[in-house]
Design a protein around this ligand. Structure first.
Ligand code: CDP
Length: 253
């Protein structure tokens, strides 16, 4: 432990190259994904990722509200990222602050590049992301949950969007920062990738990295997104697989 003023700074990387929770630099936190937990939404997903717990619900394509946002040639995507008051250490004031608005905007833009919006003119596809517990990387967990919820709702898309944050901790590039690493590390860079095309649809950065570090971070983050992508595909297969011995669909008619 070091200290700056009254603040204790935890040791973020030990001599064996292990992080504060025992992970190596290129390791993800444990993650579990459940597709379709909400029966009233058209699509939904719940993601537990480290200590993050995030629910996403999708409605649509449906009528546009407010109506003046309607576009005659395509569907609009409306996303609301929200953090519950009890999701963080110090109670968060309920409602949309600037941070939530920014995250809602960048997530909307990420999905605009994969959803085939032109197939549903004059409609709205509404995505709700509720962060129930936060521990850094919630925009990435929200993107993953929303992506699964869109697939669960049957919204046509070019591909799923996978997401993870990468950053710099104790001078080294590290995958999937947790809260202490985000708070006391040197940089945090959330990414979202469309794996089949290799296109990045979200990239943000807070802190400092040089050109070589950014390159290394992009490589590690891209690999991390591909790992997440495989987990997402598995979660969708689990949701939709027909149990062995179940009657064929035509036999159920
Ligand atoms: O969650 P994400 O990393 O995408 O966004 P951030 O703005 O970098 O926030 C990092 C973390 O700070 C969050 O995941 C929360 O754990 C915490 N935070 C908080 O404690 N109170 C807030 N009002 C906002 C964020």
């Amino acid at each position: 432990m070091g200290s700056v003023g009254a603040k204790e700074i935890p040791e973020l990387l030990n001599a064996e190259g292990r992080r504060i929770d025992g992970r190596r630099l290129d390791e993800l936190r444990p993650i579990s994904m459940k597709v379709g937990p909400l029966t009233r939404a058209d699509g939904s997903a719940f993601v537990e990722w480290g200590e993050n717990k995030v629910m996403a619900a999708v409605y649509g394509p449906r009528e546009v509200h407010p109506r003046h946002l309607m576009q005659t040639s395509k569907a609009i995507i409306q996303c609301r990222y929200n953090m519950a008051a009890f999701s963080v250490d110090e109670r968060k004031r309920p409602g949309q602050d600037r941070r939530s608005q920014e995250i809602s905007k960048v997530i909307t833009e990420a999905f605009e590049s994969v959803v085939f919006t032109e197939e549903f003119p004059k409609t709205s596809i509404d995505i709700y992301i509720e962060v129930l517990q936060a521990n850094a990387g919630t925009r990435c967990a929200g993107l993953v949950a929303a992506s699964l919820a869109l697939a669960d709702a049957g919204i046509p898309m070019a591909d799923l969007v996978a997401s993870v944050a990468v950053g710099k901790v104790a001078g080294r590039i590290a995958l999937d920062l947790k809260k202490e690493e985000d708070n006391f590390g040197e940089a945090d860079m959330p990414l979202a990738l469309v794996p089949q095309s290799g296109r990045l649809v979200l990239i943000q950065m807070e802190g400092h990295m040089n050109r070589d570090e950014i390159r290394e971070a992009l490589d590690l983050g891209t690999k991390g997104c591909r790992e997440i992508y495989e987990r997402m595909r598995q979660a969708l297969r689990t949701r939709y697989e027909v149990p062995a011995g179940a009657p064929a669909p035509e036999a159920m008619a």
